[in-house]
Design a protein around this ligand. Structure first.
Ligand code: SF4
Length: 245
C-alpha cells in the first residue's frame, strides 16, 4: 500500500508541468501572466513625452535617475524649441541646462544632449540609428536607453530593464538576477514571443502602479493567483527575493 502511494506520488510529480529554467513558473503560467497583462493594457505606452525618435532619445537620456513626470515637465519647453539635433546644438549647453535644471544630474545631462546631437549630425545624417551598437556609442546612451529607443521608435522586441523590472523579476521569481543584464537575458528567453514587444512596458507599468517597491498592492493585482512572491501583502518591505528553485 505504502509502495503504491509512493509510486502514485512519483508519477503525479512526473506529470506536473516543469518550471522554466531560471524561473519559479511553468511555461503555461508565464504565458498566462502576459496574457493577462495584455488584456489589461492591450496597447501599453511609455510615459515619456516626445514628438519623434530624436526627442524620445533625449527624453530617455534625461530620465536616468529621474521620474518620467519630472522629465516631461522639463522637456515640454525644451522640445517646443528644439526637436531636431540641429536645433538642439544651436540652443547650446547652457540654454539646454536652463530647461532641464529641475532634473537630477542636469549639468552632465545637458552636456550629453549636446554631444549626442553633434554625433547624430556628424555620424548619422541627423537620424537616430536603429541598431544597438550605434546607439550605445552616443554620449549618455547605455544599453537600457538603447533598448527603450529600439522598442518604442523602431518596434523591436527589446527588454529595457529598469528599477521596476529588476525588482519584479526578483520579487516574483520570474527572472531572478543581480544585474539588469541577467534579468534582461532571462526575460528575453522566457517571455512568449507574441508578448515580447510590449512586455517591458507591461512590467514597468505593473511595477509603477501595482507591484510597487515599498507597498505592492496585491489586492489589486491581476496576476495575484499566479504570483510566487515569497510574501504577498499590501505592506511588505522591498525588495523581496524569493528563493530560486
Ligand atoms: S501579487 Fe503582489 S507581489 Fe505578486 S505581482 Fe502582484 S502586486 Fe506584486
Amino acid at each position: 500500500m505504502e509502495n503504491a502511494k509512493v509510486k502514485l506520488s512519483a508519477s503525479a510529480a512526473r506529470k506536473r508541468p516543469a518550471r522554466v529554467a531560471g524561473t519559479l513558473y511553468t511555461k503555461q503560467e508565464i504565458h498566462e501572466i502576459f496574457r493577462r497583462f495584455c488584456v489589461q493594457r492591450p496597447e501599453p505606452k511609455g510615459e515619456l513625452e516626445h514628438v519623434n525618435a530624436f526627442t524620445l532619445l533625449v527624453a530617455v537620456v534625461l530620465s536616468a535617475q529621474a521620474t518620467d513626470a519630472g522629465v516631461n515637465k522639463a522637456t515640454r519647453g525644451l522640445f517646443a524649441v528644439a526637436d531636431t539635433p540641429e536645433k538642439m546644438l544651436a540652443l547650446g549647453e547652457e540654454k539646454v541646462g536652463d530647461y532641464i535644471r529641475t532634473i537630477g544630474l542636469w549639468r552632465n545631462k545637458a552636456k550629453n544632449v549636446i554631444a549626442l546631437s553633434e554625433a547624430l549630425i556628424r555620424d548619422h545624417g541627423s537620424i537616430v540609428p536603429g541598431d544597438r551598437d550605434a546607439l550605445v556609442k552616443l554620449p549618455g546612451v547605455g544599453r537600457k536607453t538603447a533598448n527603450v529607443v529600439l522598442n518604442m521608435a523602431f518596434g523591436q522586441p527589446t527588454m529595457a530593464v529598469d528599477t521596476h523590472i529588476l525588482r519584479i523579476g526578483n520579487r516574483i521569481g520570474l527572472a531572478p538576477g543581480k544585474t539588469p543584464d541577467q534579468v534582461e537575458k532571462t526575460l528575453l528567453r522566457v517571455v512568449p514571443q507574441e508578448y515580447l514587444l510590449h512586455a517591458h512596458h507591461w512590467l514597468i507599468l505593473h511595477g509603477r502602479y501595482v507591484c510597487k517597491a515599498r507597498k505592492p498592492e496585491c489586492d489589486k493585482c491581476v496576476i495575484a493567483d499566479l504570483c510566487k512572491a515569497a510574501v504577498k501583502t499590501s505592506d511588505i518591505p522591498a525588495p523581496l527575493v524569493p528563493l530560486a528553485a
